[in-house]
Design a protein around this ligand. Structure first.
Ligand SMILES: *Cc1c(COP(=O)(O)O)cnc(C)c1O
Length: 381
């Protein structure tokens, strides 16, 4: 799941619920939704194109069968076994030692973000993000009554550090979102930038800094997870939706100082993570090595997309994610339609001049590359 800009700003047309006494800030807004069309090649939602391997499917069935025997009981409210395994995964992949007390899990990182905003944001408080970025940060802010501040970015989609520090100093937000690698643009945020924004946020308030690493496994660089050491107001959020190829599972998690994990207990619903979800996620974590091999394949396909798009004469934003933002188009919606006419669905995030394509299987990527080469020919004809 990922976002598009149109939904951030919403619109002012009539909604079917306008007759209902909904909260003022929701009136006239649109719910999140990526349009899904029935076309042969769908490269618009940053999902992993590979279905889970059969041995993992078997293992999930086994663990879910075991869990089913106890479904008359509430699940482990504290999610101890799964958090322990997530901590092990983070330790193994980052080289930084994290334990059970540092990790919290929920139904997708969207729920993690919601719990963080319920805990540290809320009415009378604000959150800032640097846009274009993941539109759910703004939407969940609105849903939790948190005021949203749209921070600036440079023309090349990097974060303008000076302007960002300035915005934090003057607006004093309670929560700062940094998405790295960024969605929809794909570029990673340098460690020094994150440190500068963290310092600014501590000087201004102090406020919580949420580093959204939904795509970190696809990055050329390292996770910023080690930065949680000695920084109690820094949270790294992660998901099994992208690298683990398990968007349907709904499992997101965070790593932070144990006090942050304690604090979100105040807002999490009791037994929020079902026994079936916990069992499925544990099965997937047993197959981490296999799943990370698919990530390697997707990374090389992503790099191929970048190279071939450039060779075809397109501009491309450097990508550390499993998708690539490319342009520029005089009218990105017309370009989107022309690519769709050739049976390939990409994403128009409403960023003028640009479109985004998710890395698919080699065949899907070939179909996409054929379509954009065709488009280029047409444009220069
Ligand atoms: C996809 C995505 C998420 C993941 O959401 P889940 O709820 O875990 O599926 C979080 N952040 C960003 C930036 C994303 O693109």
């Amino acid at each position: 799941m990922e976002g598009s800009r149109e939904q951030v700003t919403g619109n002012t047309s009539m909604s079917p619920w306008d007759e209902l006494p909904v909260r003022d800030e929701l009136r006239g807004k649109s719910p999140y939704g990526a349009p899904q069309l029935d076309v042969p090649v769908r490269l618009n939602t940053n999902e992993n194109p590979y279905p889970l391997p059969e041995p993992l499917v078997e293992r999930i069935a086994e663990r879910v069968r075991e869990a089913a025997r106890d479904l008359n009981r509430y699940p482990d409210r504290d999610v101890v076994e799964l958090r322990t395994q997530l901590a092990k995964y983070l330790t193994d992949t980052s080289g930084h030692q994290v334990g059970l007390a540092n990790v919290w899990a929920a139904n997708g990182s969207n729920e993690v973000i919601q719990q963080l905003l319920q805990t540290f944001g809320g009415p009378g408080r604000t959150a800032i993000g640097f846009e274009p970025s993941y539109s759910m940060h703004a939407l969940i802010s609105r849903g939790t009554g948190t005021g949203w501040i749209s921070g600036p970015r440079n023309e090349d989609f990097t974060i303008d550090v000076e302007a960002a520090v300035q915005a934090i100093a003057s607006r004093k937000p309670d929560v700062v979102f940094i998405t790295t690698p960024n969605n929809p643009t794909g570029n990673a945020v340098p460690r020094e930038t994150v440190l500068a924004l963290y310092e600014a946020a501590q000087a201004a308030k102090p406020s919580m800094v949420v580093v959204d690493e939904a795509y970190i496994e696809f990055s050329h660089g390292d996770s910023l997870l080690p930065l949680i050491e000695g920084r109690p107001n820094l949270v790294v959020s992660r998901t099994m939706s992208k690298a683990f190829g398990a968007a349907g599972l709904r499992l997101g998690y965070l790593a932070a100082h144990p006090a942050v994990v304690d604090a979100v207990q105040l807002v999490r619903l009791p037994y929020h993570l079902s026994a079936v979800t916990q069992a499925t996620a544990l099965a997937a974590l047993e197959h981490t090595d296999t799943l990370l091999k698919y990530v390697e394949q997707l990374k090389s396909e992503r790099d191929r997309l970048v190279d071939e798009l450039r060779a075809a004469g397109y501009e491309v934003v450097e990508s550390d994610a499993n998708f690539v933002q490319f342009g520029r188009f005089e009218d990105s919606h017309i370009a989107w339609q022309k690519i769709l006419d050739q049976g390939v669905l990409v994403r128009d995030n409403g960023i003028p001049g640009w479109l985004r394509v998710s890395a698919g299987t080699p065949d899907e990527n070939d179909a996409f590359l054929d379509a954009v080469r065709e488009l280029k020919k047409e444009q220069s004809a």
